[in-house]
Design a protein around this ligand. Structure first.
Ligand SMILES: Nc1ncnc2c1ncn2[C@@H]1O[C@H](COP(=O)(O)OP(=O)(O)OP(=O)(O)O)[C@@H](O)[C@H]1O
Length: 455
């Protein structure tokens, strides 16, 4: 019995997995049907194996190297599953009784190995999303070129064999250099603001244009949130706060990533400036003497310097004024929209399949996709990212977290409701971005529609 029909890649799969997967899955299912012992466990195993059969056709013919290594063990897992189910077909009740504990242990072990593939496949099949977008894109391109005549060229996006680009060395800047680059953080250089702080446009002494993210200081937060500082306690809390974590995460993760569609880190700056400030205990002014000043340590400035993106965010182009008019090149044609999605999908694929360990972006949304001067999209904002080192996880399906970060509308339900973090949350958010780009609706509107459909 063929488990799946029309899978034109049986030979490739057999090569990858080291077994005739289709054949093995068929015999496991048949054996499970005729099992005389442990019927419930056999059925469970068969159900999971069937899920593998359903997911396998979505695995591309040329999965990434890391995925290939993982897939190589699937043949052995299925052979063990088969052997286990077959062992439940015969044997006397007495033999089974003696072996019961050992069998239960073996079922658990084989099931968990199969579960591993059930989590792995959606990741590998994410590459399938990219391939599908590529196919759609190539149809749109062909359509265009038919209209434009035979001389038109395939866009570079489809021709490029590699998108990994060396990012060079990240520099540590002095505060003075960044002050000079941003005209002393003048208000007219502010280009945006997020939870982390203000973002300034600047020009380095070598002429490069940069975006400078300046972490909010306690002082600015006190002003902003009218927090009354009673003691040093809050100061400590603030220093170990989420912003500091975001700063560290971004500087830890971004240098490992070198991809055409991932924002490039230029450098950073942490300073321990001391400010000449009037002390509260300054003695009374004596005639003719200046107020005695003493040096007080000031909160360090923390800055991250990125390559400058001239053309705003995907969110702005979709939902702000220019999104509705035909003036935005991003929304001008279906081809451009799919091209943007393809680029984002490739960036996420790079994070999941090429970074070692894989990286979960954690906040994939249209506001975090920025366009450079040539309208090339870049995924940015890695402050919520997590390195996903599967080998060190006890539970490889997800990581339980107590604090959920991200943006409502893009958050995967299992993560938002139960704090289950895994690379799949990026695939969910990417799905929301795809819907956003294709429908022109905001994520929250799409979410609302789905809730209505659900009822
Ligand atoms: N490299 C860049 N080039 C140009 N503009 C940028 C760049 N990075 C950020 N911006 C602008 O600054 C705004 C805020 O940036 P960003 O959203 O990354 O900040 P954040 O504080 O990390 O936000 P969040 O609260 O979403 O985590 C962006 O919407 C964008 O307009």
């Amino acid at each position: 019995m063929a488990v799946w029909a029309g899978l034109g890649q049986v030979a490739t799969m057999a090569k990858l997995v080291g077994a005739d997967v289709g054949g093995l899955i068929s015999v496991i299912m048949q054996a499970a049907l005729t099992a005389r012992q442990n019927r419930k466990e056999c059925e469970q195993l068969a159900r999971r194996v069937l899920m593998i059969a359903q997911l396998l056709p979505h695995v591309p013919e040329d999965p990434a190297e890391a995925a290939q290594q993982q897939l190589a063990g699937l043949g052995d897992t299925l052979r063990d599953a088969h052997e286990l189910v077959v062992s439940c077909q015969g044997r006397s009740a007495a033999y089974q009784f003696v072996m019961a504990a050992r069998q239960a242990e073996r079922f658990r072990e084989v099931q968990s190995r199969i579960d591993f593939y059930l989590i792995l496949f959606p990741l590998i099949s994410h590459i399938g999303i990219t391939r599908r977008l590529e196919r759609i894109y190539s149809i749109l391109v062909q359509d265009d070129s038919t209209r434009a005549g035979p001389s038109s060229q395939l866009p570079r996006l489809l021709q490029e064999s590699t998108e990994v680009v060396p990012h060079g060395i990240q520099l540590e800047f002095t505060f003075g250099e960044i002050m000079a680059a941003t005209n002393n953080f003048s208000l007219d250089t502010v280009i945006g603001e997020g939870g982390f702080g203000k973002v300034y446009r600047g020009r380095l002494h070598d002429g490069r244009e940069v975006a400078v993210k300046r972490m909010k200081t306690l002082q600015s937060r006190i002003l902003e949130e009218s927090i009354f500082l009673h003691s040093g306690t809050f100061l400590q809390d603030f220093h170990s706060s989420d912003l500091l974590e975001e700063f560290r995460t971004e500087l830890d993760i971004l240098p490992r990533l070198q991809h055409k569609h991932i924002i490039r880190l230029i450098g950073s700056c942490v300073t321990t400036v001391s400010k000449e400030s009037v002390s509260a205990t300054t003695p009374k002014k004596k005639k003719g003497l200046l107020t005695r000043r003493r040096k007080e340590p000031e909160e360090p400035e923390r800055l991250i310097i990125y390559e400058y993106m001239h053309n705003g965010t995907l969110f702005d182009h979709l939902h702000l004024d220019h999104g509705s008019s035909s003036s935005s090149p991003v929304t001008l044609s279906w081809k451009k929209r799919v091209e943007v999605l393809l680029a984002v999908s490739r960036a996420i694929e790079h994070l999941h399949c090429h970074a070692n360990p894989p990286i979960i972006h954690g906040d994939t949304k249209s506001a975090n996709i920025l366009f450079d001067a040539n309208w090339v999209p870049h995924v940015s904002d890695f402050g919520s990212s997590v390195a996903w080192d599967m080998a060190s996880k006890e539970d490889y399906l997800w990581m339980q977290v107590s604090r959920v970060v991200g943006t409502i509308g893009y958050l995967a339900p299992e993560y938002m409701a139960h704090g289950r973090l895994s690379p799949r949350i990026d695939v969910y958010s990417l799905g929301v971005v795809i819907l956003e780009v294709l429908t022109g609706k905001m994520a929250r509107e799409i979410f609302g529609d789905l809730l209505i459909l659900d009822k």
